[in-house]
Design a protein around this ligand. Structure first.
Ligand code: OSB
Ligand code: MG
Length: 370
């Protein structure tokens, strides 16, 4: 049974967030992203590309991803036999970088491939869990009171850990206040590359707060300074932005740049690369968790399936649909179980239904190849 990749549809959708999401690199009220639909043999697979409107989190943007997909990745993909998604992705190695563009297309191929075999993405990827642990990522707030409300609400709903976005000026006093108010809750901080080694005194002071980890304090592609920081810090450093490939992960572990890894398939080049990094970390005894990019239900279903692999032992940035969007693009939407987990869908492919009429309504650009 060989499945031919006959057609790919690209579109940009824009979904309003339930509330603005602010990090050290910017503030978003609407999440734009590229959705991909790959067709073959009367079946179709959905993927999501996490590149944003501007080069703030990473250098890729919707425009660069569209260009790389249209002019380079699709010509290397259309008309090919889909023996396995990893096989197709290997054919893209000539294209340097652009992991988000690659990840979007590869994820759609995984959905198509899994559907063609009548298996779930979890099964396709080798996942073992029925439920994945849910954490919540809270953006920078206008005031401490606003933040307290968000934390209280998250704990009440059952989220298994709280991640606070920090930046210079919104760090020590915030963590101190949250600790004082909420006690020993599972807590971590994400700096999104807002610090440098000059901030060492501030970062060392973070050791006093018993954080599960400090995510990406330094520059988006740094490994060396993170290694120096990790040597001087008790709190585990977790890398996000700096790890864009399995090679980056290997080098980060070799240098001691972190003790924990955030794996986002959208950032590291796709599900195959994400799994490779997972396997490497399991081998080295490094705990991992699945990060998020405010994905719609399509990207979330892909991430939840990945997080069902055995090495994802820490709570993930995988929250309920309604934490992100008033109306998600999939049915049923992802909901938080009372035990603070999301259930891993078990139906074929994504295991959730993409509501095409909602996708249509959110679409601002579209092109079909060929
Ligand atoms: O750094 O993890 C990050 C969202 C957009 C860009 C970067 C990040 C994030 C988040 C949100 O923290 C995580 C989520 O999707 O729940
Ligand atoms: Mg992060």
């Amino acid at each position: 049974m060989t499945l031919k990749i006959e057609q790919v549809e690209l579109r940009v959708v824009e979904l309003p967030l339930v509330e603005p999401f602010e990090t050290s690199f910017g503030r978003e009220e609407v999440r734009p992203c590229i959705l991909l639909q790959v067709r073959g043999d009367g079946l179709s697979g959905w993927g999501e590309c996490v590149a944003g409107a501007g080069p703030w989190y990473a250098y890729e943007t919707i425009e660069t991803a569209w260009h790389i997909l249209k002019d380079f990745l699709l010509p290397l993909t259309l008309g090919k036999a889909l023996e396995h998604p990893t096989e197709i992705a290997r054919g893209w190695r000539r294209v340097r970088g652009h992991p988000m563009a690659k990840a979007g297309l590869e994820s759609a191929l995984w959905d198509l491939w899994a559907r063609s075999r009548g298996i779930s993405l979890r099964e396709a990827l080798g996942g073992v869990k029925d439920r994945v642990e849910s954490g919540i990522s809270l953006g920078i707030q206008p005031s401490l009171d606003e933040l307290f409300k968000r934390v209280e609400d998250a704990l009440e709903q059952g989220y298994r850990r709280v991640k606070l976005k920090i930046k210079p000026g919104w760090d020590l006093k915030v963590l101190e206040a949250v600790r004082e108010r909420f006690g020993e809750i599972p807590l971590m901080a994400d700096a999104n590359a807002a610090y440098t080694l000059n901030d060492l005194p501030t970062l060392k002071a973070l050791d006093g707060f018993g954080l599960m980890m400090l995510e990406q304090p330094f520059r988006y592609d740094d490994l060396v300074d993170h290694a120096e920081l990790q040597r001087q810090l008790q709190t585990p450093v977790c890398l996000d932005e700096s790890v864009k490939s399995p090679d980056d992960a290997r080098q980060a572990l070799k240098l001691g740049s972190c003790r924990i890894l955030n794996i986002k398939p959208g950032r590291v080049g796709g599900p195959s690369a994400a799994r490779e990094i997972h396997d490497l970390c399991v081998q080295r005894g490094v705990p991992v968790w699945c990060g998020g990019m405010l994905e719609t239900g399509i990207g979330r279903a892909h991430n939840v399936a990945l997080a069902s692999l055995s090495g994802f032992t820490l709570p993930n940035d995988l929250s309920a649909s309604r934490r992100y969007y008033p109306q998600d693009l999939v049915e049923p939407p992802f909901e938080l179980n009372p035990d603070g987990t999301l259930s891993v869908p078990s139906g074929p492919g994504l295991g959730v239904e993409v509501v095409e009429e909602r996708v249509e309504r959110a679409t601002v650009r579209r092109e079909v190849f060929p």
